[in-house]
Design a protein around this ligand. Structure first.
Ligand code: ZN
Length: 332
């Protein structure tokens, strides 16, 4: 009898426990799936990209807003932002960068231009030029071939954007890094983006036309400095009247002492209209000369770097992954 009771109890227990076990394990699975969903990377599918088949482009000169097909808009951006004689894979990288930049702007700066997604001004958004104006700037014999190359760069990468952890990246780009790109914190302050690291590209120094020199008289320098710093003083007889104190990880000037003031390289770049913050300074009898390497802020993709990598045989995906750390190339 005792045995029977034990057996019945055991069976009852098993009958109770099995469902409980199953339920909890199922519940656990469900929770996991939910957690998974929550922590899963937001895929580009979570965004409604179909609404970006056409975008609203603000023409800054006329103030008009034009509805334009995304790819058609990109023809005007790529042909405006990158020289057409660059390698096709570099142009394709530029097309993907421009598409990503556009989507990022739409998602993150939706209130910047009232009634428009993006404008045609390079200092504000991205440069854009109409097909008619673009063709007019090329010699006639080259027009068709050049335009076809631009169209191919956009069409052959159709719908492709650059994502980091599933989200479109802030795809900064510039003309020439001088060999090493810059972390955004050294240019604009604020916080860094994990995908915008300082990277080195061999072959950039071959683009010597991007290096430059800016000479100003000592008097001009004093005048410009005094406009900004009223108590500015400098004694050019002192050996370290102008002295670079510190460099960034991207080889640009981080801090420079000019007379009794310490400035960032970016401030000096703006003040004296230099092409980049990668410069050396020399002083002679009456002038101050800045030897400038590279062109642009130096963050993200370097266009000449992209061209040099393409000429080494790298494809556009490899080029993009060289300049943006840890990214994926995803279909819209
Ligand atoms: Zn704009």
């Amino acid at each position: 009898m005792k045995r029977l009771i034990i057996l019945t109890t055991s069976i009852l227990c098993i009958c109770f426990l099995i469902p409980i076990f199953f339920t909890t394990s199922f519940q656990k699975k469900e929770v996991n799936a939910k957690e998974g969903e929550n922590t899963t990377i937001i895929t580009p599918n979570n965004y409604d990209y179909t609404k970006y088949n056409t975008i609203k482009l603000l023409h800054t000169k006329t103030g008009q807003v034009e509805e334009i097909k995304l790819d058609e808009y990109l023809y005007g951006v790529v042909s405006s932002e990158m020289p057409v004689d660059f390698a096709l894979e570099a142009l394709k990288a530029q097309a993907v960068v421009a598409r990503t930049y556009t989507i990022y702007k739409i998602l993150n700066n939706s209130n910047k231009h009232e009634g428009a997604d993006i404008c045609d001004n390079s200092t504000c958004c991205q440069a854009w030029i109409s097909k008619e104006d673009r063709l007019g700037k090329w010699e006639e014999a080259k027009r068709e071939e050049n335009w076809n190359k631009i169209v191919e760069s956009v069409n052959s990468t159709q719908g492709k954007i650059i994502t980091y952890e599933g989200k479109p990246i802030n795809a900064f780009f510039h003309s020439n890094s001088g060999g090493t790109t810059e972390a955004p914190i050294n240019v604009w302050g604020g916080s860094d983006y994990p995908y915008l690291q300082s990277v080195t590209t061999a072959g950039e120094d071959a683009y010597s036309q991007y290096s430059s020199e800016a000479t100003i008289t000592k008097d001009e320098l004093i005048q410009k400095m005094k406009e900004k710093y009223q108590d500015f003083e400098i004694d050019f007889n002192q050996q370290d009247a102008i002295k670079i104190l510190e460099y960034t990880e991207g080889n640009r000037v981080k801090t420079i002492k000019i007379g009794n003031q310490n400035l960032s390289g970016v401030e000096v770049r703006t003040l004296f209209k230099l092409r980049s913050a990668n410069f050396a300074v020399s002083i002679d009898e009456s002038n101050v000369t800045f030897e400038v390497t590279g062109y642009g802020h130096g963050v993200g993709l370097s266009q000449t770097g992209a061209d040099s990598l393409a000429k080494e045989g790298k494809n556009y995906e490899e080029i993009i992954k060289h300049f943006y750390t840890g990214v994926e190339i995803t279909n819209l």
